[in-house]
Design a protein around this ligand. Structure first.
Ligand SMILES: Cc1cc2nc3c(=O)[nH]c(=O)nc-3n(C[C@H](O)[C@H](O)[C@H](O)COP(=O)(O)OP(=O)(O)OC[C@H]3O[C@@H](n4cnc5c(N)ncnc54)[C@H](O)[C@@H]3O)c2cc1C
Length: 403
């Protein structure tokens, strides 16, 4: 059978794209292929569960545009489908004079990005928003929320299925071969011929791009984020999201306090090199993948540049008291013994050979194939907008697709 679309990867981006393509081009034939037995097994279910408002991102970047559109779309979607979410808001808190300066810049950026309702909060007023939080100054964002992204993924999957998508799990794509006018996408047990292919492989997005002779750059470097969980009796200390002022050199938002939809409070995530692309703990090691990372010139340059930050992160990750010391700068009522080991996620961070971490979303289209090469946070928030962006970019001729 000749498909119109093969989507590789059943995370939030693949699922949102499947749904969008079938809404836009009904009666087309689409199959989504996922290597795991369950959809959304990786980043899309191992994250902070935040619906970002879009403060941080450079003006005119894809992140700024698609986060803004995606945030509005996801609110509407959750309401329509009765998916539980909460608009708990978010406070970005400056602790030092230097951070106050950066906070003011961040506020300007948030305003430029059209984030609704942002408020600059003086230190003495912080407790009106977060009664247990200390700080010199803060930004309050009322339009930040929380949701269970896995739940959203499963709803997207239902939509796609209802519109006729085939969702194939436990099938790893091992090659993508270009023929004249079509592609052959192979898994160990099957071959799928398709007019167009969209790869949304998260932690393996670079490998999938290379299957069609795409550039080996940027390479995905896996950065694990470990969370702590606040003891139940202390969860009342946190009302909404509390974030630090991020380090402008890095594409990570820093260790934050995040309430979850099931009533817990996550503290984290840290940023440490994962020893496997899907390595969720120190003892999950894939020697081949680790060597591949350590010998990548971009990683070597990155490590040389940020080795101090890396060592501090590693220390904090291993020594809970060090982690706690930082958290207590914001919420001094958190005491030793209040934090328990929590879940972990692995970020797929694209890194260029010169050691630059690719900040913006990167989607490369060429002659029938779209590779989503970099879709880090806030890609879950932006997922519905990314899906539209992909559908807009594909040169689909509706007549051609009426099979
Ligand atoms: C710790 C952490 C916290 C985050 N917090 C937030 C947040 O609060 N808010 C937010 O908006 N974003 C957040 N993000 C980012 C967000 O989770 C990701 O950007 C998003 O989930 C990416 O989705 P994806 O579909 O691209 O990747 P994934 O969810 O990783 O999906 C990729 C899929 O491709 C499959 N795959 C790979 N290779 C193959 C192959 N060869 N054949 C078949 N299948 C294959 C994988 O098994 C996987 O299921 C966070 C991410 C992390 C790691």
């Amino acid at each position: 059978m000749l498909y119109d679309f093969v989507i590789v990867g059943g995370g939030i981006i693949g699922l949102a794209t499947a749904r969008e393509l079938l809404y836009r081009f009904p009666r087309t034939k689409l199959v989504l292929i996922e290597k795991e037995g369950t959809l959304a097994s990786h980043q899309s279910s191992h994250n902070s569960g935040v619906i970002h408002s879009g403060i941080y991102y450079k003006k005119d970047s894809l992140k700024a545009k698609l986060c803004r559109e995606g945030r509005e779309a996801i609110w509407a979607y959750c309401k329509k489908r009765s998916i539980p979410f909460k608009t708990v808001g978010k406070l970005i808190v400056a602790l030092t004079a230097d951070e106050v300066q950066r906070l003011d810049d961040l506020y300007q950026r948030g305003m430029e990005n059209g984030v609704p309702g942002l408020i600059l909060v003086e230190g003495k007023d912080i407790k009106e928003y977060e009664p247990y939080c200390n700080g010199l100054k803060a930004i309050y964002s009322p339009s930040t929320g929380i949701v269970d992204w896995k739940r959203v993924c499963l709803e997207f999957a239902q939509d796609a299925k209802r519109s006729g998508a085939e969702l194939v799990t436990s099938a790893e794509v091992t090659s993508i071969e270009k023929r004249s006018g079509s592609f052959i996408v192979s898994t160990p047990n099957n071959e799928y011929e398709s007019r167009m292919v969209i790869t949304c492989g998260g932690l393996y997005s670079d490998r999938l791009a290379q299957m069609t002779n795409g550039s080996p750059h940027p390479k995905i470097i896996p950065f694990r984020g470990d969370y702590l969980l606040l003891k139940k009796e202390k969860c009342h200390l946190i009302k909404g999201n509390i974030y630090p002022v991020p380090d402008p050199r890095l594409p990570f938002l820093g260790v934050h306090f995040t309430p979850t939809m099931d009533g817990r409070v996550l503290l984290g995530p840290s940023v440490v090199l994962a020893f496997a692309r899907e390595g969720y703990a120190f003892d999950q090691l894939n020697m081949g993948e680790l060597i591949e990372t350590l010998t990548y010139p971009g990683f070597v340059k990155l490590a040389l540049k940020y080795w101090k930050t890396g060592v501090t992160e590693l220390y904090r990750d291993v020594v809970i008291d060090a982690y706690l010391k930082d958290l207590r700068k914001y919420i001094p009522e958190i005491e030793p013994g209040d934090c328990l080991p929590g879940p972990a996620g692995v970020r797929a961070q694209a890194v260029s050979p010169d050691g630059t971490m690719v900040d913006d979303f990167q989607l490369d289209y060429d002659d029938g194939i779209m590779h989503v090469r970099n879709a880090p946070s806030p890609a879950a928030t932006s997922s519905l907008a990314i899906a539209k962006y992909i559908a807009d970019a594909l040169p689909v001729n509706t007549k051609m697709l009426r099979t």
